[in-house]
Structures are given as C-alpha cells and as structure tokens.
Design a binder for this molecule. Structure first.
Ligand code: ZN
Length: 70
C-alpha cells in the first residue's frame, strides 16, 4: 500500500508495481503523483502549470469581442 503525500490517504497500489518516473493518481484528493524514486519510495505531487492557462484561447476571444464593442 502506498500513502499519498498530499492527503496521507492510502492509495490502492502496491509499491512493488511502481517504477521510477511512473505517475499515479490519488483516489482521495485527486492529486497526480510522480514516482521520484522507488528505493526508498518517494512520491511527489505533480503541480498543474498555471502558465498553460494564460495561453488559453478564451482570452483571445475576449479581446476580439472588446474590439467589436469599441
Ligand atoms: Zn491524496
């Protein structure tokens, strides 16, 4: 059994099944976890990259609408 480093919940995955660089998700808090190492086991939460959100096409659409109103 593996313990989620984010919420300390038990994740239904055997340590033996994990390999370095694997990713898994915590059922409890929904965090994506990256396997940094397996001996000793070290999991690290994968953080969403906020920069991607800034490049979302929604922002461009808003700009176009603003120009039409002017
Ligand atoms: Zn969790």
């Amino acid at each position: 059994m593996v313990i989620c480093p984010v919420c300390d919940a038990e994740i239904d995955v055997e340590e033996d099944e994990l390999e370095e660089a694997d990713t898994l998700s915590c059922d409890e808090c929904g965090a994506d976890l990256h396997v940094v190492s397996v001996d000793p086991l070290d999991l690290e939460p994968v953080e969403d990259d906020d920069d991607d959100d800034e490049e979302a096409p929604d922002f461009e659409d808003e700009d176009e609408e603003d120009e039409k109103w002017k």
